[in-house]
Write a protein that binds this ligand. Structure first.
Ligand code: GLN
Length: 547
């Protein structure tokens, strides 16, 4: 790191918290980092969160959702790791492309610099060139914040995380030890036959960290049972940390209880103390309120999600969370009924939708199950079941409406049928000229103007909104007039008037589809208006059926 970068980091006295993980993956490092952010924010500090991912892909945009879960899209159109979704849902920090950096990106940039002669002929090495590049990425997000929380992906001991761990080891001395904290998330398994919680994996994982020069300051011990004082004492002794710094991260029913649990364990206090920051009790009322409703309600709303990857819920992470938020916004639990779109292509397949209070067709790529999704949209329209279409869910709704209401035979999306006679969904002309297969993706935040008399306006309560996009194909303007004549309400369009953003069916209790992904902007403490209204109408629909 250059002297000037170091100086800048120091002058501002920014504090840095590095969160690493040990023993195994999926312990909830992202939720832990987000919860720490929430506690610090609750205490009045301005925070940001950065995720460093040790894999070689330059970004997660092209990664298979089966392997990597959802691709989370930021306002500035970056395709990022799903943990950034947790960061935004738990805190008010807004993520940008700078908040997710992969090893691939780091190497790519270093190699480019090397080609451009920036290293003046010196031998380019992991230390210092790769590690310097990593450290610069950490400092790059530190402007205007009090604390940077940096999550290191992967598990300690992985070959590929080594340069990242080395970089954060060096970092402590670059910005002075009092400004840096290492928090390690580990597993304390419960062994049934011995009826004991075992500390050995934690000891080994901390040893591994210490071998590379990092002594964790705080341990978050994930366990299915409460750690007794004796276990905490043992972990403290063997891992060389203070007893108060052994935090019990016990399994909880909902991820939204984690900030409260961490607070009960005194995590905020010990973090502030170790960073030399004055203690302030965090505001947690809204978390308490949210969890009270979630725990206390017995109302259940059944929502069918008709998708392609229904076996892998991780690829619909933000969507599931947004539905939970929308439920709590209506004092209800949302029961997700996963419906494989292909099943709806069989004769009588849509029968499985009977009994659902609302139908949601989420975003997607690829033609598998497309006709099943079209059938779901038709079922919702004809049976007046609340329908919420997201991105591809809009394409299905429009195709269905064109075919069955506007009598446009065989209407289709050119994504799946390029030579169709009624290409109701297609690439825009400028995208086609691009020559790029499938055109360029529309990514990130775009403005949209709402028609006053619409479900959308009722939900948002304002004329102009901004929502995040991740798609190529659009509503084909050639058919606008014809479909409107047939009863489709185009309730949201881009300010230029060129892009259809929201469609509705007015002669329906609630049928709305958007070209964007509202799930990326929902948070527990501020449910997204469309999810809130969708669930409200599903609740109403349930009540009318029951009466
Ligand atoms: N596959 C469609 C497109 O590219 C929809 C994408 C999505 O649902 N995110 O336009």
């Amino acid at each position: 790191m250059s002297a000037s970068t170091r100086k800048r980091a120091n002058v501002k006295k920014v504090k840095y918290i590095f969160v690493t993980g040990g023993v195994l993956s999926s312990l909830g490092k992202g939720i832990a980092a987000a919860s720490i952010g929430s506690l610090l924010e609750g205490a009045g500090l301005k925070i940001t969160i950065l995720k460093l991912d040790p894999y070689i892909n330059v970004d997660p945009g092209t990664m298979n959702p089966f392997q990597h879960g959802e691709v989370y899209v930021t306002d500035d159109g970056a395709e990022t790791d799903l943990d950034l979704g947790h960061y935004e849902r738990f805190t008010s920090a807004r993520m940008t492309r700078r908040n997710n950096v992969t090893a691939g990106r780091i190497y790519y940039d270093v190699l480019q610099k090397e080609r451009e002669g920036e290293y003046l002929g010196s031998t380019v090495q992991v230390i210092p060139h790769i590690t310097d590049e990593i450290k610069q990425r950490v400092v790059a997000v530190s402007h205007d914040v009090d604390v940077v929380i940096c999550e290191i992906g992967g598990t300690v001991g992985d070959i590929e995380s080594l340069p990242f761990l080395e970089a954060i080891r060096q970092f402590r001395f670059d910005v002075a030890p009092r400004n840096v904290l290492y928090i390690h998330l580990t597993l304390v398994p419960y062994i049934k036959t011995a009826d004991e919680l075992k500390t050995k994996p934690t000891q080994h994982s901390v040893q591994k960290l210490r071998e590379i020069g990092i002594q964790p300051d705080i341990l978050l011990c994930r366990a299915e049972k409460n750690l007794g004082q004796d276990i905490k004492k043992k972990i403290a002794l063997f891992c060389n940390v203070e007893r108060e710094a052994v935090i019990n991260a016990v399994d909880v029913k909902s991820i939204y209880q984690v900030p409260l649990r961490f607070y009960d364990e005194g995590l905020d206090k010990i973090i502030l103390e170790k960073l030399g920051l004055p203690y302030k009790k965090p505001q947690l009322e809204d978390w308490l309120q949210f969890n009270d409703v979630l725990e206390g309600t017995s109302d259940v709303i059944n929502i069918a999600i008709v998708g392609k990857y229904v076996e892998l819920k991780e690829s619909y992470k933000s969507l599931c969370e947004a539905l939970i938020h929308g439920g709590v916004g209506n004092s209800a639990h949302v029961n997700l009924i996963w419906v494989s779109a292909e099943d709806l292509e069989k004769d009588g397949g849509v029968e499985c939708l009977v009994g659902c209070d609302g139908i949601l067709v989420p975003g997607g790529f690829g033609d598998r199950g497309f006709e099943g999704k079209v059938n779901a949209a038709r079922y919702a329209r004809e049976n007046k079941v609340p329908y919420f279409g997201i991105c591809l869910g809009l394409h299905c709704a429009v195709v269905e409406f064109a075919r069955n209401v506007a009598n446009l035979a065989g209407a289709h999306s050119t994504e799946f049928q390029p030579d169709n006679e009624n290409p109701i969904i297609a690439l825009m002309q400028d995208q086609e000229i691009n020559g790029n297969k499938g055109g360029t993706m529309r990514l990130g935040d775009y403005p949209c103007q709402l028609k006053k008399d619409s479900f959308a306006f009722q939900a948002y309560g304002q004329r102009e909104i901004k929502e995040r996009h991740r798609h190529r194909y659009e509503f084909n303007n050639k058919y606008r007039f014809e479909l409107e004549e047939a009863g489709l309400r185009i309730s949201g369009i881009s300010p230029s008037g060129n892009l259809v953003e929201i469609i509705e069916i007015s002669d329906h209790p609630w049928y709305l589809a958007g070209q964007f992904h509202p799930e990326f902007k929902s948070s527990p403490r501020k449910p997204h208006p469309l999810f809130r209204d969708f669930i409200a109408h599903a609740k109403e629909y349930q009540a009318t059926r029951q009466s």
